[in-house]
Design a binder for this molecule. Structure first.
Ligand code: NAD
Length: 245
């Protein structure tokens, strides 16, 4: 259980992030929902968490690619909820295209959000974890970062970068009792994957013969946030129905 813990989940206004925030709240954690698009969705997630689970929840608009914004947001979270115990770096974007067609801005946008955003949030939360001599960092990577996917050179690079970052942080902060792990989802049904189409093609390649649910990823994130996983760090766990085996 996560009673008394404070969890920060980035990109939690919808999709996997919203499911992770709900799951951690269902285990008793107070949650900070970080979002960057429509305020309505973030507020709706916040309100439903408060009414369903009776924990504290706040929503914060913050572009994770902006280090100053992350610093100010974590200061506000600390004022509202106390220090951070669990950080879930979930915010992510895609800008798919073949490499020869890909604009520089599409490469930068994806790397800045997915990789630099993860670095920024870890950097601003790390001192608090070190002071407490305890912390859980969970980074959402992708099977695209493990295997590489044609048409996703920017996204694959950013998600492979998240894996390297995870392992370096696990080594740096392990002595302070801070665990840092990555989750590599396969094809999970969200707004992000709606655009991809060709569901049948993916199903052929998935041994478990179904697409993933956001709750599948949330359950794993909850395990990595809990003391049940206290001896696991620097690990990358695929959750893909066997897709990238
Ligand atoms: N859906 C999948 O199949 C799948 C597979 C592998 C990995 N992932 C990863 O899981 C994570 C969530 O994916 P999803 O499918 O729920 O996506 P989504 O597009 O439904 O949600 C992404 C969330 O990130 C937020 N976000 C985007 N840019 C941001 C920024 N700069 N600052 C703060 N928030 C920002 C969005 O507002 C949104 O809440 C992403 O990192 C994604 O790469 C998803």
């Amino acid at each position: 259980m996560l009673n008394g813990k404070v969890a920060v989940v980035t990109g939690a206004s919808r999709g996997i992030g919203a499911s992770v925030a709900r799951k951690l709240a269902s285990q008793g954690a107070d949650v900070a929902i970080i979002y960057c698009g429509s305020e309505d969705k973030a507020q709706a997630v916040k309100e439903s968490i408060i009414s369903e689970y009776g924990v504290k929840a706040f929503a914060y608009k913050c572009d994770v690619a902006d280090l100053n914004a992350c610093t100010e947001t974590v200061k506000q979270i600390t004022a509202d909820l106390g220090g951070v115990d669990i950080l879930v770096n979930n915010a992510g974007v895609t800008r798919d295209n073949l490499l020869v067609m890909m604009g520089e801005e599409d490469f930068d946008k994806v790397v800045d959000t997915n990789l630099k955003g993860t670095f920024n949030m870890i950097k601003v939360c790390a001192r608090g974890f070190i002071r407490k001599k305890k912390g859980k960092i969970i980074n959402i990577s992708s099977v695209s970062g493990l295997s590489g996917i044609a048409g996703q050179s920017n996204y694959s690079a950013s998600k492979a970068g998240v894996i390297g970052l995870t392992k370096a942080v696990a080594k740096e902060l392990g002595g302070k009792n801070v665990c840092c792990n990555a989750i590599a989802p396969g094809f999970i049904m969200t707004d992000m994957t709606k655009e991809l189409g060709s569901e049948e093609e993916f199903l052929k390649a998935i041994p478990l013969k179904r697409l993933g649910k956001t709750e599948d990823v949330a359950n794993l994130a909850a395990f990595l946030a809990d003391e049940a996983s206290d001896y696991i760090t620097g690990e990358v766990i695929r959750i893909d129905g066997g897709l990238a085996m």
